[in-house]
Design a binder for this molecule. Sequence first.
Ligand code: NAD
Ligand code: UDP
Length: 352
Amino acid sequence: MYDHQKELEEIINRLEKNSFKGKNILVTGGAGFIGSWICEVLLEMNANSVVSLDNLSSGRWENISHLEKNPNFKFIKHDISIPIYFGKIIPNKICYPSIDERFDIVMHLASRASPFEFEKFPISILKSNTLGTMNALGCSKDHNAKFFYASTSETYGNPPADKVPTPESYFGNVNTIGPRSCYDESKRAGEAFAKAYELQHNIDVRFVRIFNTYGPRIRAGEELGRALPNFIEQCLNDDPITVFGDGSQTRCFTYVVDEVEGILKDTLIPEARGIPINLGHNKVTTILELAELTKRLTNSNSEIIYQKMPKDDPIRRQPILTRAKKILKWEPTTDLETGLKKTIEWYKMQNV
Ligand code: NAD
Ligand code: UDP
């Protein structure tokens, strides 16, 4: 049986005790898959205040509703592409004077992140990572708070064979007008915003490039969702498993416990300041292997069917982890089979 508390304790055990004790932290995207895990860990580590700001576009209230009774937790429904001010009143601006703590850390994770959303909500995605990043950085500046930005492996676009596995020094092969451009180009702009605030205002900025992350709370049940939750749902319902192309494209799947540990280490460790760091698993899996593994672990009767490959879909994706290992002393420890089993157990618990 999936035990969520045990998973949170696992993350906490891997971090410095008391490292967030007494801190005030704003988490944008704090009702989403990764953001809600971060809010929970911060509260368990005795943060003084955790403010989750989210417009509930791709996030779910259910991810954080259990935190409502914690006096150190607050939720604000707001779109971060619109400026927001805390602890003061400014005429004609959206203000929360009642949230009067000084933030020590602003963590900006607010952005839809699933490829199927790129077609439906490109403007909102662009805004979340450009205007939204600027507004979150403005808040950091206002509070003299450290800033963390959730960037992505997509900043590399579709790297050529000799750039896979990919180091942080690779500048990317990205189509500015392609179907994924709202996401990858805006994440690149988000990194540039963070760097500009560091240069001009001396903000302590941190950014990681997150590779495909999965685990309990990953979204599913959407038309054209991400491969991993799609395959789980399809297998549990004995529906056909939709592999795009011939399934030979590769990804490296990182379990959320490992990813959240890496994100929080990046936020804490001084040497991570101002440097992009890849955070992902380095074990390569083809999408067909993922489909077959999910089928085996769910004892499903689903058949695998092959559908058209989406345009600009990256062919290979794999991080070089030298920086993460050296600077963060981080490397993922959960293999895909173990993490996938836990995710499947969690899915089953949602449907009972
Ligand atoms: P998610 O969709 O579950 O979470 C994103 C959250 O942001 C949601 O709760 C959504 O409601 C909220 N949001 C979106 N736009 C907003 C806005 N304008 N204002 C306020 N809230 C807004 O996705 P996730 O997988 O948890 O991703 C979290 C972050 O990590 C994102 O920035 C994403 O780009 C990044 N990331 C995730 C992955 C991954 O594999 N999951 C990979 C690379 C990067
Ligand atoms: N994919 C698939 N079937 C699906 C959904 C996705 O074969 O039902 C493929 C997709 O084309 C991509 C890979 O699986 O090559 C990973 O896609 P995902 O949406 O999970 O994330 P991405 O890595 O593209 O951001």
